[in-house]
Design a binder for this molecule. Structure first.
Ligand code: TMP
Length: 212
């Protein structure tokens, strides 16, 4: 693969959207072609799957269905968007990727990690992110920010605080296990302070690329 692959992660209300735009603008200012995308979604089929996953429903969705739909959307995303872009030498910036499945379906729902890892091996086939920014903040603060949004809460946003605590802990454990790839960002800081923290790892990745 010629390009670089970056994802951003965090619990609801972590401020991912603002930072996604900043990262894209920063990389474009350095002359990079950037493909901004998201999971679940990023393709026609993936966006349809996203609607199924996020739409609040009267009948609860089974954990296995949720897990498999996440990976179905991801398989499509990888084939149609991520791999072709990386092969062209573009930079791919994805709002969430596979770490979200370990955190939400693994940590949040309690699905066995080995099961997720098996699906990840099958679907990703070695396509991993170069950097994942984890925007971390206390769950209560994230929930406050979600409350301030005009739109109705989606199926995940309707979960209880304890669910997001488990998601957060799982993300933090992953960041601790893979500090080279997962960069932990304190998302309770000001937007400017966060952007300052993002620049150093991005500069590093840019200089790695020119040395490749
Ligand atoms: P977002 O676009 O607002 O981040 O919403 C996507 C939701 O989907 C969010 O609540 C996290 C959830 N999700 C999972 O549960 N597992 C996954 O693998 C991914 C990519 C997202």
């Amino acid at each position: 693969m010629n390009g670089k692959f970056i994802s951003i992660e965090g619990i609801e209300g972590a401020g991912k959207s603002t930072q996604l735009q900043f990262i894209a603008d920063f990389l474009r200012s350095k002359g990079k072609q950037v493909v901004v995308t998201r999971e679940p979604g990023g393709t026609t089929v993936g966006e349809q799957i996203r609607n199924i996953l996020l739409e609040p429903a009267e009948q609860p969705m089974s954990e296995d269905t949720e897990l498999l739909l996440m990976f179905a959307a991801r398989a499509e995303h990888l084939q149609q968007v991520v791999k072709p872009a990386l092969q062209r030498g573009d930079w791919v910036l994805s709002d969430r990727f596979v770490d979200a499945t370990f955190a939400y379906q693994g940590g949040g729902r309690g699905v066995c990690e080995r099961r997720i890892a098996a699906l990840a091996d099958w679907t990703l086939q070695g396509c991993h992110t170069d950097i994942t920014f984890l925007f971390d903040l206390p769950v209560a603060l994230g929930q406050l920010r979600v409350d301030q949004r005009p739109q109705q809460r989606d199926r995940f946003e309707q979960e209880q605080q304890a669910f997001f605590e488990r998601v957060r802990q799982c993300y933090l454990a992953r960041a601790q296990a893979e500090p080279g790839r997962i960069k932990l960002i304190d998302a309770s800081q000001t937007v400017e302070a966060i952007q300052y923290q993002l620049q150093q790892p991005l500069e590093q990745l840019l200089s790695n690329e020119s040395n490749d």
